[in-house]
Design a protein around this ligand. Structure first.
Ligand SMILES: [Zn+2]
Ligand SMILES: [Zn+2]
Length: 330
């Protein structure tokens, strides 16, 4: 029976405990964790009694009797989705992230996560890490990368589109790289100029500071898509004029409140607000391949994967000081 150290949320800080799983059955795989990203969603659960972390990478250590493709020593990762039914409309269409029986971080398998020594997952929901990516580089791609990739790749944003990335943080700095390498014209919208040089180095074509602006000058092309990766509510008077007709608006940052937009411009310009959550497995695999092929790598701050390291990384993220994704290593 696999038994391993895990880190749980609690009202008074991170708690270390032990999870013991039954012997592996079916296509279950025991993964020894070598790196984990820290995602904004982990902060939502930091006081909940669940094992935290969902940007995991590790090495296959033990195989269940039904494992067909992975072998011991393979480097694998996983993200927000742990399992799905496999037979519903959504699953059969490759949209298993919307399966009614999906198993998501924070809702299922609360006794394990990537802030841990190891975890047991189904082979079918693990992804091989391409050779061009280190364990640390791959970790933040498993949720942050998957989320921005799906918005850019799945919903018909063409390569010649002008894409706005609002916010340069954990998600935004990855969105800039993916959109740029996909051939898109990337306009970064950020509060101040402080992240301008970095955004341009990541592949942005234009950088616009929004602080105090009454009008945004984004150049000749209006936005065909806008990825909102900041949790600040949008001043639509500022943003509606820079949207092209039929632009797609992706509210990506998790917010438990309502998403509000004035109805008339939405209708009159044929705008689309598109929800999207992480990545189905097909998209996830394409994202990892694309990142490996095009040298897309997160900018990271490193922390030890222990109680102190987790608490420190969460504090850094909460204070808005993460540049740009925290990665924990044992
Ligand atoms: Zn996440
Ligand atoms: Zn299903």
């Amino acid at each position: 029976m696999p038994s391993f150290k895990v880190y749980r949320g609690s009202p008074d800080g991170i708690k270390e405990s032990t999870t013991t799983k039954p012997d592996l059955t079916g296509d279950q795989v025991l993964v020894k964790i070598t790196a984990s990203g820290l995602c904004g969603t982990d902060l939502h659960y930091k006081k909940a009694d669940i094992v935290l972390g969902h940007e995991g990478v590790g090495v296959v250590e033990e195989l269940g009797p039904g494992v067909r493709h992975l072998k011991k020593g393979d480097r694998v990762g996983w993200g927000y989705l742990h399992d799905s039914c496999g037979i519903c409309d959504e699953c059969l269409q490759g949209q298993e992230t919307y399966c009614p029986e999906r198993k998501f971080y924070g809702e299922a398998d609360l006794d394990q996560g990537s802030f841990a020594e190891a975890a047991v997952w189904r082979e079918a929901f693990l992804f091989k890490v391409p050779d061009a990516l280190t364990d640390e580089e791959a970790a933040p791609l498993n949720c942050g990368g998957a989320t921005v990739w799906t918005a850019l790749h799945k919903y018909g944003v063409p390569a010649d589109a002008t894409v706005g990335v609002l916010g340069v943080g954990g998600l935004g700095h990855l969105a800039i790289q993916f959109a740029s390498k996909m051939g898109m014209n990337v306009v970064v919208l950020s509060h101040s100029d402080s992240k301008k040089d970095e955004a341009m180095q990541l592949g942005a074509h234009r950088f616009v500071a929004t602080k105090g602006a009454t009008k945004l000058d984004i150049g000749p092309s209006k936005l065909n898509a806008l990825l909102i990766t900041s949790s600040v509510p949008l001043e639509w008077d500022l943003y509606l004029p820079i949207l092209h007709a039929e632009a797609i608006i992706f509210p990506i940052t998790v917010d438990f409140g309502d998403f509000r937009i004035p109805a008339m411009p939405l209708i009159a310009s044929g705008l689309r607000v598109q929800g999207t959550v992480v990545a189905a497995r097909y998209e996830h695999i394409k994202m990892l391949e694309f990142a490996a092929e095009h040298g897309i790598k997160p900018i990271m701050m490193h922390f030890p994967l222990n109680k102190e390291g987790i608490e420190e990384s969460m504090k850094t993220l909460e204070e808005g000081k993460m540049r740009y994704r925290g990665v924990l290593k044992p």
